[in-house]
Design a protein around this ligand. Structure first.
Ligand SMILES: Cc1ncc(COP(=O)(O)O)c(C=O)c1O
Length: 407
């Protein structure tokens, strides 16, 4: 792909004092098209979808249904109504966990490297008698299919839901979801996929993945903050109890009862983030001009330079498989004897390199291993260049050598 051309869409990547932005697993930057679409919503037709029938209202309603269709296309979904807008992936997962009907003794299975957003919503079900079990990963953090199969069998007939991160924000490692889905289904469970770190970086086809539910966030794929999405098969989505009911979700309501609308409305309570949805459409329009395989290739190219450039430095350990090709755009680094927050601050001060330092909301992986301060994580997106990767390596090397010399 033409990375320079792609970069030209991003105002924050123009000019003289441009940071090396490698915090894309948190959120990507926004192209001008998205910023304009958000602004145009407020400047030209700041109205409400699905309710007001004046010109502005009708225009926003049309944008919302167009955007829903484009979002469905983006992840390979035929029925657009199966996709609902949410504020973020966390909300999507909470909607699934709290919206399903549970029985005492039901079991949910996750991995040991889940973001807290795909952990806590399931832990919250403890008071309903639902047990959360965890499948340990292999030593290099890749998924242990054998251990997973054993865990499914051990759950007997009680396994209800398998919920797994597709690509880990901890390490960029991908779980073979299509194989996992078959196994989960063979054991009578449904499978929910946390796609927050996969949808922005690799092509997604939920049919090929064989999953039943898929959560993702738009701010990690060029869109505005405050927009996420949840897809699920109609038969599941139609029975989910909304966690936010009221305006927009009911077909009738009296002082004593109510009936819910069909999907997607029943799961989209209250006035939506219409500016965000306008921005989402602009993001999807831009993304549709590129090939996600090219995005993944460019991100691995950048990660390869970063990983090879730093792996032999003293006290440095990359989390996950050593080959960058198995970690997408993510290089998550453990640092012995150094203050990781301090290194994160220095990366900006010394080289203008923006990274993330800390636990990345994956406490369950770091804390049992005694890595209480987490890791320093560089995460690439398709606009990152090889020069930026080299800048990361030079800045990081200077800091580590400087700090280690002083220890
Ligand atoms: C793997 C993963 N799951 C879930 C989330 C939560 O996403 P959101 O911020 O959209 O709620 C994140 C955010 O970083 C993530 O990386």
């Amino acid at each position: 792909m033409d990375v320079r051309e792609f970069r030209s869409h991003f105002p924050t990547l123009q000019g003289d004092d441009v940071p090396v932005y490698l915090d894309n697993a948190c959120m990507t930057l926004r192209p001008k098209q998205v910023i304009d679409a958000v602004q145009e919503y407020y400047a030209l037709n700041p109205s409400c979808a699905g309710r007001s029938v004046h010109r502005w209202g009708m225009s926003v309603s049309q944008t919302v249904s167009r955007c829903r269709r484009k979002l469905a296309d983006y992840i390979g979904v035929k029925q657009a109504r199966e996709v609902v807008f949410t504020p973020n992936a966390t909300h999507s997962i909470n909607q699934v966990a709290a919206g399903l009907k549970w029985k005492q003794g039901d079991i949910v299975l996750t991995s040991d490297r889940e973001h807290n957003s795909n952990l806590v919503p399931w832990l919250k079900l403890k008071d309903k008698g639902v047990e959360l079990r965890t499948v340990p990963s292999l030593a290099d953090n890749s998924f242990d299919l054998e251990a997973f199969e054993t865990a499914c069998a051990d759950a007997g007939g009680h396994l209800r839901v398998v919920s797994l991160v597709h690509v880990g924000n901890l390490d960029g490692v991908e779980i073979p979801i299509s194989e996992v889905s078959k196994i989960a289904h063979d054991h009578g469970a449904i499978i929910h996929v946390d796609g927050a770190q996969s949808a922005p970086h690799i092509p997604i086809d939920v049919e090929a993945l064989g999953c039943d539910l898929f959560s993702f966030s738009i701010h990690k794929m060029l869109g505005p903050t405050g927009v996420g999405a949840l897809w699920g098969r109609e038969e599941i989505m139609s029975t989910l109890e909304p966690i936010c009911a009221g305006g927009g979700t009911v077909s009738s309501a009296s002082a004593s009862e109510y009936s819910l609308r069909t999907i997607p409305d029943r799961l989209e309570g209250g006035l939506g983030h219409y500016a965000g949805i306008c921005g989402t459409e602009a993001a999807l329009d831009l993304l549709s001009k590129y090939n996600m395989h090219d995005f993944a290739t460019q991100e691995i190219r950048v990660n390869d330079i970063i990983s090879n450039g730093i792996k032999d430095l003293p006290g440095v350990e990359i989390i996950g498989p050593q080959a960058a090709s198995k970690r997408g755009g993510i290089c998550s680094i453990l640092l012995k004897d150094l203050d990781i927050q301090n290194v994160g601050i220095l990366m900006d001060e010394v080289g203008g390199v923006f990274v993330r330092s800390g636990l990345h909301c994956v406490n369950q992986w770091f804390e049992p291993r005694g890595y209480m301060q987490g890791s320093l994580r560089a995460s690439a997106y398709a606009y990152n260049t090889e020069e930026e990767a080299k800048c990361f390596v030079d800045t990081f090397t200077e800091i580590i050598e400087g700090l280690s010399g002083g220890v």
